[in-house]
Design a protein around this ligand. Structure first.
Ligand SMILES: [Zn+2]
Length: 174
């Protein structure tokens, strides 16, 4: 079943090969000045309504992180991106991944073989006629993507994430 899903996802590559990333990473976008809940150090669980998040987040981040939409493959800013640094939740700033665990997946979304155990939680997702495991931010319950068991060593796990749900901070900026 998992292998079938993997193939389904990768099949989208043929359709979207002509798409080019339209957005470059801008570190200055990571200020979150209008988001009072954003913190890269506070891991206290948040209970914020979507009504409130809608006022704070950009429409793109809101649609993906709060309504579990999926960005088009090969369009996300972190898909082809290999700088060294840390990945945080774009909604609340919770630490999710380290660049060491990122790998070049062919499926069109940023992929990791390991997550911060304190950063994510999992939920069964039976939507769209598929059985998948959804990955959410442990602090704010935002949708990040899905996890599959067809990843590379050492874990064999593939966290297939939406760039819009992630914030990257380069080691050089710390
Ligand atoms: Zn979060």
């Amino acid at each position: 079943m998992i292998m079938t899903l993997f193939l389904q996802q990768c099949a989208q590559k043929k359709v979207d090969l002509t798409k080019q990333p339209t957005q470059q990473t801008k570190m200055e976008d990571n200020t979150h000045a209008n988001n009072p809940y954003y913190s890269r150090t506070d891991r206290t669980k948040l209970h914020v309504s979507n009504e409130e998040w809608k006022k704070i987040l950009s429409p793109e981040v809101y649609a993906i992180a709060r309504e579990a939409n999926t960005e088009y493959p090969f369009t996300g800013k972190y898909n082809e991106f290999d700088e060294l640094g840390e990945y945080y939740c774009a909604v609340c700033g919770n630490h999710l991944f380290r660049s060491d665990s990122k790998f070049a997946s062919t499926c069109g979304w940023p992929s990791f073989f390991e997550a911060d155990k304190e950063g994510v939680i999992y939920k069964r997702d039976s939507s769209h006629g598929m059985e998948r495991t959804e990955v959410l931010c442990k602090r704010c319950d935002s949708h990040l993507g899905h996890v599959f068991n067809d990843g590379p060593p050492p874990t064999g796990t593939r966290y297939c994430m939406n760039s819009a749900s992630l914030d990257f901070v380069a080691d050089s900026k710390k």
